[in-house]
Write a protein of this length. Structure first.
Length: 369
């Protein structure tokens, strides 16, 4: 009886070890950090007016678009350089470029990977010096891919391109403040910033230069609503972010108008939102934290917050905690409830009959999962 028991115990132990071994073998290996470097002076093909010339501070070769080249953002000219690179593994990769811009109308290039839509790389206000520009995130499968840099605006130069699957990794000599930036848009530049990348769902949205800013390129995004207006910047990879935006709203004529900062946008029926409703003839607004699932909206938390009528406000929405936290003009605050997992795109909404403007949009990684 003892031998049989010992045998059974041994068999059971072997079975447990085999099961553990199987589980370990099935467990996915940790993701490796991948860095991909592309020399902009070595395209596999190039079309004028793009050219390869000595452009660096020490005579390095690079990609250049001459001053006299017609602007691609107006559709007046082509020109592109094509590169091939290899992604060692599947993942979401961030693209960077080592660039030289000259002014607000010559500070961007279009980048297109494989057959994905082209996107703006640049439109940042750093001129007359070489610097790293942080671009967009792109999903890549393991294998070979193509990158095309296309004519956006003339008199620009690029020496190298860097891609990484680690959102915390930055190229050497990078401005530290860029490390946590996932997306930014001030709607400036001659082509009105990244506005074409936003998705208009309802209402009227356009980029304009306010009357009090005639002598600058300081544009704003303006939405007009009769009943509802919504614009969204979609993203599948943003988690626990911090969103900063400047907002100007017309003085309300009744209590049925509000503006919203939408976040955790999975689609137009699944999202969360901090909604601010300015109170007529008052310097206050009602703040609500709303969660929408399959079209059904639920108010999770509400309160009051100081609000100067017909004035610009800076809103900082921190989504890195269990619930959203809103900071208004660096002082007054509003805390929402725990609405569950916070991940997805962002958007701006208008409710009722009103007009509002948005500027200096910035999305940063907030940490946590």
């Amino acid at each position: 009886m003892t031998r049989t028991s010992n045998k059974l115990s041994g068999i059971a132990a072997l079975a447990v070890l085999a099961a553990v071994s199987l589980l370990v073998s099935l467990r996915p290996s940790p993701r490796e950090t991948c860095s991909i470097w592309i020399d902009a002076a070595r395209p596999i093909s190039i079309e004028p007016p793009m050219e390869i010339v000595e452009i660096g501070e020490r005579g390095e070769l690079g990609l250049h678009l001459p001053t006299e080249a017609p602007p691609g953002w107006k559709g007046e000219a082509g020109g592109e350089a094509t590169y091939q690179f290899y992604a060692p593994q599947d993942g979401s990769y961030t693209i960077w470029a080592w660039c030289l811009w000259h002014d607000e109308c010559t500070n961007a290039v279009y980048a297109r990977i494989d057959e994905l839509p082209k996107a703006i790389l640049g439109n940042d206000p750093v001129y007359s010096k070489w610097h790293w520009v942080k671009g967009f995130d792109v999903p890549l499968k393991k294998g070979f891919h193509q990158l095309r840099l296309l004519n956006h605006s003339a008199n620009i130069a690029i020496q190298k391109v860097f891609l990484t699957n680690d959102s915390r990794r930055v190229p050497p000599d990078t401005d530290p403040s860029l490390a946590s930036v996932l997306f930014s848009d001030d709607f400036n530049g001659c082509d009105q910033g990244n506005f074409p990348m936003w998705r208009t769902v309802s209402g009227e949205w356009h980029v304009r230069r306010p009357a009090d800013r005639k002598n600058t390129a300081d544009n704003v995004l303006t939405g007009t609503s009769d009943t509802e207006a919504l614009i969204v910047f979609d993203s599948d990879s943003w988690r626990r972010i911090r969103l900063t935006v400047s907002v100007f709203c017309d003085s309300p004529t009744d209590g049925d108008t509000s503006i919203g900062l939408r976040f955790a946008v999975a689609d137009d029926s699944h999202y969360q939102e901090i909604r601010l409703s300015p109170l007529p003839d008052s310097q206050m607004a009602v703040a609500e934290h709303i969660r929408c699932k399959a079209g059904g909206a639920q108010v999770l938390a509400w309160g009051r917050i100081p609000w100067r009528q017909a004035s610009w406000h800076e809103l900082r929405l921190d989504l890195s905690g269990p619930g959203p936290s809103l900071l208004l003009d660096g002082g007054a605050s509003f805390s929402g409830a725990d609405g569950g997992a916070i991940g997805g795109g962002i958007g701006f909404s208008l409710h009722g009959s009103l007009t509002a403007s948005f500027d200096n949009v910035r999305v940063e990684s907030g940490g946590g999962e």
